[in-house]
Design a protein around this ligand. Sequence first.
Ligand SMILES: Nc1ncnc2c1ncn2[C@@H]1O[C@H](COP(=O)(O)OP(=O)(O)O)[C@@H](O)[C@H]1O
Ligand SMILES: [Mg+2]
Length: 362
Amino acid sequence: MATVTFDKATRIYPGSTKPAVDALDIEIADGEFLVLVGPSGCGKSTSLRMLAGLEDVNGGAIRIGDRDVTHLPPKDRDIAMVFQNYALYPHMTVADNMGFALKIAGVNKAEIRQKVEEAAKILDLTEYLDRKPKALSGGQRQRVAMGRAIVREPQVFLMDEPLSNLDAKLRVSTRTQIASLQRRLGITTVYVTHDQVEALTMGDRVAVLKDGLLQQVDTPRNMYDRPANLFVAGFIGSPAMNLVEVPITDGGVKFGNSVVPVDRDALSATTDKTVTVGVRPEHFDVAGPDSDLGVAVTVNVVEELGSDAFVYGTAKVGSETKDLVVRVGGREVPEKGSTLHVVPRSGETHVFSTSTGARLSD
Ligand SMILES: Nc1ncnc2c1ncn2[C@@H]1O[C@H](COP(=O)(O)OP(=O)(O)O)[C@@H](O)[C@H]1O
Ligand SMILES: [Mg+2]
């Protein structure tokens, strides 16, 4: 087992001037499950492929444990990768697929069989070992791809969107299986997904990328509670955080009629006339109809989820009309067209610089 270090690792594709991954700095602990997340094209696969040795590194270094692997070929890195399309050999049985890398490495037949059977037991594949991939369900194929990685007992697992070919329900159950399997095996894992829910539920820590640049690397809880900038604030959480640009008045910040606390030094450091206030849908309290706090939201659409509901509405904040999303209890659902007075809960607001996007509040 081993740590993994991206040390200002940079990839510039031939013919491009802009790095696809720009000075990526992450230190991953031994046994950690780290998730790389971000929108399509942000550099997740490139980062993973640099670690795998499938992509040249044009600047910086990559280390596994204390070995500098920056320019080592993939086979010398002691890693195993699970791809999105599984890349199973159609003409081979499940057992042969799982043992193929060991066969290439010259491991003897008895030992291969033993490792394949062990992995099959862990993955609930024992009864399918003699089948061909086409006679398996999507979820079973996904587990064969996992099995192929497990039998190699690598120092690091790399997974690039391994669940994206599964239907929604299977994706949810499989992500729990992968996370618990990883914890059991204790093998350092770097996992790529574009799905922020998958990232938050699976990762010990989550690294958010945008345009090849690392935005924040943190535990799911910290990422949610203290997003480092506007991009992370809008990307993590569903429905997304409400982000509203409001004027700075007398060194303070107001959201409707509510005062939002923000460090005065942070405000005086900016020459901006506005800041962006963020409130998650679940961080509004509903006030009485006569309340003069917060804002009055006109209810446009209500999305009922049983246990709770999301109210999509518009509100005048300052001089502008804004769309807002508010979560309410499942038994306190307002009528469409009615007015809902909401107050951002104290201690649950976020303030960002409108111009740089940087977090200004604590
Ligand atoms: N082989 C390649 N040649 C040139 N550009 C590439 C290549 N692969 C990816 N890119 C570009 O690099 C950026 C990052 O791609 P990628 O790492 O695949 O993103 P992600 O996996 O986050 O969707 C994108 O702009 C993409 O178009
Ligand atoms: Mg990708």
